[in-house]
Design a protein around this ligand. Structure first.
Ligand code: CMC
Length: 345
C-alpha cells in the first residue's frame, strides 16, 4: 500500500494518509455482482490472461460514473478502483478455472493477505495466511509495480492518449503484457524449466545451453536478458533470495526446478555467449519458482504481474493526462515502398 501510494502521489504517506488510503482502497475491493455472470461465459479452460483482459475491459461497462478523464478526481477514483479490484478479479479468474466458488474480499486483511485468501480459501474452511508466503507475494507486487516505458506501460499511454476510458487503456496494457517477451516470460520460463526437468534434469543442462547458443534452434534462455538492464537485474537478486526463503519455509529446499535455475545461471554467468551479450537473469527467472511453490498455477503468473503493474500503469496514465502539453500519441511511419501502383486488370 505504501508503494502504491508513493507511485500514485510521488511521496510516501504519513500514518494518517496511509490509513485514509487503506480505507479508500478496501472500500472498493468488491466488484459488481453481474461481473461474475460475465465471467461465467468463459470456458473453464480459457487462459487467465484472456479472461482478465476481458474483465478489465468490461469494467468500463460497469463503472461509467467516473470516466471523465479531464476530471482529476474521476481519474483518482478510477485508479483506486483498479488497484482495489485487480486482486479480486485475478482470484475470480483462478476460482473460475478450478470450478470453485468465488471468495469475496475481506477488508480486515492486508492487501496481499486478502488476495491469498481469495485465491486459496474456500467457503468450507478457514484459510491461514503464512507470513513468509505473504511477504514473498508482497515483494513480487512491489518489484513489479512500475518499470518506466516497458512495452505494456507504453501501450497504456498510447491507448489512453486517445482519451479512451482508463479500463480500456489498462485492458490494452494487460493484452500487451501477456506476450512471452514481456510479462509472459515468467510462464515461459517455468515451462522451460519443466521441459528440461522432464528431459533429464541437471544432466541435460549443458545440452540445453548449447541449443540456446545455436541461433538456428530458435531456443532462448527464458528469464534472461533485458532491453534496458545490461547487468544483473536487481529485481532478480531479490527474487532469488525470496525463492530460498519460500522454499525453506514450505519444506521444499530440494525443489528440482530451483536447482536447475541455479545451474543455468551458474553456466550462463561464466559462458562467453552470455557475458559478451551482457545477458543476466531478469525478474522473471526466479519469480515463477516462487509462485509455483506458493501454489499459483503457471498460466496465472502473468495475471499476478498484471495485478502488481496496475498501479504503475494507472499512475503513468494519470501523469500523462495531467500534463498540460498532453496530446494524442502518434508514432510516425517512414514509408519505403513503391510510389505508385496500377490496379491490375
Ligand atoms: N537467450 C539467448 N540469447 C539471447 C537472449 C536469451 N534470453 N536474449 C537475448 N539474446 C541474444 C540475442 O539472440 C542477440 O544475439 P545476437 O547479438 O548474436 O543477435 C543478443 O542477445 C541481443 O538480443 P536482443 O534480442 O537484441 O535483445 P533485446 O534487448 O531486444 O531483447 C529481451 C530483450 C528481453 C526481449 C530478450 O533478452 C529475450 O527475449 N529474453 C527472454 C525473454 C524474457 O526473459 N523476457 C523478460 C524480460 S524482463 C520482464 C519484462 O519486461 O516483462
Amino acid at each position: 500500500m505504501e508503494v502504491s501510494y508513493l507511485i500514485l502521489n510521488g511521496e510516501l504517506p504519513d500514518a494518517e494518509q496511509k490509513a485514509a488510503f487503506d480505507r479508500e482502497v478496501t472500500n472498493h475491493t468488491m466488484v459488481k455482482e453481474p461481473m461474475l455472470r460475465f465471467l461465467d461465459g468463459f470456458g473453464t479452460d480459457a487462459h487467465p490472461m484472456a479472461m482478465l483482459t476481458g474483465l478489465v475491459g468490461a469494467m468500463s461497462a460497469f463503472y461509467h460514473d467516473s470516466t471523465d478523464i479531464t476530471n482529476p478526481e474521476h481519474r483518482r477514483i478510477s485508479a483506486i478502483r483498479l488497484i482495489a479490484k485487480m486482486p479480486t478479479l485475478v482470484a475470480m479468474v483462478y476460482k473460475h478455472s478450478v470450478g470453485q466458488p468465488v471468495m469475496y474480499p475481506r477488508n480486515d486483511l492486508s492487501y496481499t493477505g486478502n488476495f491469498l485468501r481469495m485465491m486459496f480459501g474456500t467457503p468450507a474452511e478457514d484459510y491461514q495466511i503464512n507470513d513468509v508466503v505473504e511477504r514473498a507475494l508482497d515483494r513480487i507486487f512491489i518489484l513489479h509495480a512500475d518499470h518506466e516505458q516497458n512495452a505494456s506501460t507504453s501501450t497504456v499511454r498510447l491507448c489512453g492518449s486517445s482519451g479512451t476510458n482508463p479500463y480500456a487503456a489498462i485492458a490494452a496494457g494487460i493484452a500487451c503484457l501477456w506476450g512471452p517477451a514481456h510479462g509472459g516470460a515468467n510462464e515461459a520460463c517455468l515451462h522451460m524449466l519443466e521441459n528440461i526437468q522432464a528431459n533429464g534434469g541437471l544432466a541435460k543442462v549443458g545440452e540445453f545451453m548449447e541449443q540456446v547458443k545455436d541461433k538456428s534452434s530458435g531456443v532462448r534462455l527464458m528469464g534472461f536478458g533485458h532491453r534496458v538492464y545490461k547487468n544483473y537485474d536487481p529485481r532478480a537478486k531479490l527474487m532469488q533470495e525470496t525463492c530460498r526463503e519460500v522454499l525453506s519455509a514450505l519444506g521444499l529446499e530440494n525443489d528440482p526446478l530451483f536447482k536447475l535455475a541455479m545451474e543455468l545461471e551458474r553456466i550462463a554467468l561464466e559462458d562467453d555467449y552470455f557475458v559478451e551479450r551482457k545477458l543476466y537473469p531478469n525478474v522473471d527467472f526466479y519469480s515463477g519458482i516462487v509462485q509455483r511453490a506458493i501454489g499459483i498455477p503457471t498460466p496465472l503468473f502473468t495475471g499476478i504481474f498484471a495485478l502488481a503493474r496496475t498501479v504503475g500503469w494507472i499512475s503513468q496514465w494519470d501523469e500523462m493526462l495531467g500534463d498540460p502539453e498532453f496530446k494524442i500519441g502518434r508514432p510516425r511511419q517512414l514509408y519505403t515502398g513503391y510510389a505508385e501502383r496500377d490496379v491490375k486488370k
